[in-house]
Design a protein around this ligand. Structure first.
Ligand code: DAH
Length: 341
């Protein structure tokens, strides 16, 4: 053993290294689990008691020498890397990296919000996971209304007041009426969820912007004015609107809004299916029951509400015929909006 120790002492003193990898190899060879020095320590257990003292000291010296030699080599290699290592050329042009583009749905949502903020509307948001009261009950949906059906709504839990994914952003309208001081003038953008088969025209997740204005003496004429101004800002100054009577549980009277087709200018084309008109939103005067459900006196206050699909507005604006493209995030599609945006 003595001889082996001497050999190793000699060997360690002569070690040289060019790179850090060499030093790691030495470490494994000498001090690793199966290394030469580790092995000697194992053999040391068999050494006769009278030799233990001398050999033990020698072994310790050997181990210390190995550790300090490895440290010394590491420092030397480190210095030489700093001095002779690959030089950076700071005058070289940087690597090109691709900036993403904003998603057309985000752009459309922001545009809708910015138009209404010019008219004095604030932005309000609410939870995507809602209860039955805020999505249906407070909005005057009768208990057996088909929208409450499992076919349309994703339920999370069933109880007296089931938890569900909101099917429209009108729920934010209710939360605002419960909490905000009057008058209220808000737009509520957000994701909504419906249990629908995915197709070119429908998706189980999409985006809406809901609008609500409540004050004293708000009339249907105010609603018409707000919608007309919005349509002109969104689709161009020449845009006309028309309102068709409709039904929503939470508004009375209710209407659906069409804008004159921005492709053919109203003459009729395949986008507007020859009618010259494109449907963009639902709207109406807030039903007195809805005001009362949120604690607002319908004899003093009145208001209007409207709701639109962001995908639908984006499809009309850029003539995208398949809604699924907005969700696939194929960069070839998204890049087409680089110039538009
Ligand atoms: N919540 C309706 C929907 O999801 C959209 C809507 C229609 C909202 C009329 C309104 C409204 O505020 O007045 O289909």
């Amino acid at each position: 053993m003595k001889q082996r120790i001497e050999e190793l002492l000699q060997e360690i003193q002569e070690l040289k290294a060019q790179k850090l990898q060499d030093i790691e190899e030495y470490r494994i060879r000498l001090l690793g689990k199966k290394g030469a020095i580790t092995k000697l320590f194992e053999d040391f257990r068999e050494v006769l008691p009278e030799q233990k003292r001398e050999l033990g000291q020698k072994l310790n010296t050997l181990k210390n020498l190995a550790s300090s030699k490895l440290e010394e080599l590491k420092e030397k290699v480190g210095e030489s890397i700093l001095q002779n290592g690959p030089k950076n050329d700071f005058t070289k042009p940087g690597d090109k990296f691709d900036l993403g583009t904003r998603h057309p749905i985000s752009v459309t949502r922001e545009e809708i919000i910015s138009i209404f903020s010019k008219f004095g509307y604030a932005v309000a948001e609410g939870p995507e996971i809602e209860d039955d009261w805020h999505v249906f009950g407070a909005l005057n949906f009768p208990p057996e209304h088909p929208a409450r059906d499992m076919q349309d709504t994703f339920f999370i839990s069933q109880s007296d007041n089931p938890v569900l994914l909101r099917t429209h952003t009108s729920s934010v309208q209710v939360r605002a009426m419960e909490r905000m001081p009057l008058p209220i003038r808000i737009v509520c953008p957000g994701r909504v969820f419906r249990n629908e088969a995915i197709s070119a025209r429908a998706h189980c997740i999409f985006h809406q912007v809901e609008g609500l204005y409540i004050d004293k003496n708000v009339s249907f004429a105010d609603l018409k004015q707000a919608v007309l101004l919005f349509a002109k800002e969104m689709f161009g100054e020449q845009t006309k609107i028309r309102m068709r009577p409709s039904y929503f549980p939470f508004t009375e009277p209710s209407a659906e809004v069409d804008v004159s087709c921005n492709i053919c200018g109203g003459k009729g084309c395949n986008i507007c299916k020859g009618t010259g008109w494109l449907e963009i939103m639902g709207c109406g005067m807030v039903d007195p029951n809805v005001l009362e459900a949120s604690g607002i006196d319908h004899k003093v206050y009145s208001g209007f509400a409207f709701g639109m699909g962001v995908e639908r507005i984006a499809m009309l604006k850029w003539q995208v015929k398949d809604l699924r493209l907005y969700f696939e995030n194929d960069v070839r599609f998204l890049r087409e909006f680089e110039t538009v945006i």
